[in-house]
Design a protein. Structure first.
Length: 195
């Protein structure tokens, strides 16, 4: 997809664009991610940009958006205070403020991650030990895509993936949730051509 087509399709009031990606970013890609953030916020008018406030690619993207217009930045975090010093989002949603048990679609799609499937039940039942908290990150990733009762779903996702081992880890889970819910998504093989 070319950028102009992307802009025509998504730059409308109410559009949420999810950006997610790996924590480990290749040195040569760091500025590329910053450039993407600058380019998108400078060349669109209405899109709100959502991240999971993770370190790495999420942080680079969020910093770039916030440097120009933090009012268009939104974060979904696995718990209150998650990377608080570097959360530049105007709108912040935390799993601590969401009744996950009343979000069956979020639970269903979070359990699609087989590595944390049993931990999702533990988290939903109220456990907050170190193991159950691993599920919080997967639930956060799911919620970023499909939304919930008080959070709008994403219209599209942009990802910084590890192209040597694509679709793995939390980033792979998030991309898979997009796929299962017919939410278009693109990795850097597409969006790097916009810059």
């Amino acid at each position: 997809m070319e950028f102009q087509e992307f802009k025509v399709k998504y730059d409308h009031p109410g559009t949420i664009l999810l950006f997610g990606g790996k924590r480990d970013v290749l040195e040569e890609d760091m500025q590329l991610i910053r450039n993407l953030g600058h380019y998108l916020v400078s060349n669109t008018e209405h899109i709100v940009f959502r991240t999971g406030n993770a370190s790495g690619s999420d942080a680079l993207f969020a910093e770039a958006i916030a440097a120009i217009d933090s009012s268009r930045l939104q974060s979904v975090t696995p718990y209150d205070g998650h990377r608080k010093k570097t959360n530049y989002a105007k709108d912040q949603f935390s799993l601590d403020d969401i009744d996950v048990a009343s979000e069956p679609e979020v639970i269903y799609h979070s359990k699609a991650n087989t590595k944390t499937k049993h931990l999702v039940d533990d988290y939903v039942s109220g456990k907050r030990d170190q193991y159950a908290m691993k599920a919080a990150y997967i639930i956060r990733d799911t919620l970023m895509v499909i939304g919930g009762k008080d959070i709008s779903p994403s219209a599209c996702g942009l990802f910084y993936d590890d192209l040597k081992t694509p679709m793995t880890g939390g980033t792979g889970h998030t991309m898979n949730v997009c796929r299962l819910n017919n939410i278009p998504y693109f990795d850097q093989t597409t969006w790097r051509n916009w810059l």
